[in-house]
Design a protein around this ligand. Structure first.
Ligand SMILES: [Cu+2]
Length: 175
């Protein structure tokens, strides 16, 4: 187990050095690209370019009409330019709730993406996020539990949202 943690730390350090230009590749006018760039940045325990990426999300949201989830996307993106990563992660949670509603509304928007849920994050309250389909990259915990999370199907997510988002998938029924 310890060697795995070591490998993860080395991988995170290496990707930090490479410093990919996420702002350029996220400047395509979509909501998803800058959101994903923020998710991948937070998974590296990094705050780099979050103000610029948040601004891209807000710009993209403002070109859309009144689609579901845009309010939360804009509210979260407005707070993503935080000085500390804990605050940025709270803001990203708000963005995630918004993007999930936006993607649930239109299946074409989900292509290439998946929803993941980490039940431990936010002191056990748990949190969902959207990421590229592929290896789990936890934006709420970073290197602490980089690959921790359970993939949630769009069908299950739809039920969770209907039953009162952001209820946890595995939460006990209210007594
Ligand atoms: Cu977890």
């Amino acid at each position: 187990m310890r060697w795995m943690l070591l490998l993860v730390s080395v991988a995170v350090a290496a990707s930090g050095c490479r410093s990919p230009d996420r702002v350029a590749s996220a400047s395509d006018g979509t909501l998803e690209k800058p959101y994903i760039a923020i998710q991948e940045t937070l998974a590296e325990d990094n705050l780099k370019d979050l103000p610029k990426l948040g601004a891209l999300v807000i710009q993209a949201a403002q070109t859309q009409g009144s689609e579901p989830g845009l309010d939360s996307m804009i509210r979260g993106a407005g707070k993503i330019a935080a000085q500390d990563i804990a605050t940025a992660r709270m803001a990203f949670k708000t963005m995630s709730d918004g993007l999930i509603a936006y993607m649930l509304d239109e299946p074409a928007r989900r292509e290439g993406y998946m929803i993941v849920h980490c039940p431990m994050t936010f002191a056990g309250a748990g949190g969902h996020w959207v990421q590229r389909s592929g290896p789990i990259m936890n934006p709420y915990e970073g290197a602490m539990m980089l690959h921790c999370g359970d993939k949630v199907s769009w069908e299950d997510m739809s039920t969770i949202v209907k039953e009162g988002f952001p209820a946890q998938a595995d939460a006990p029924p209210p007594s």
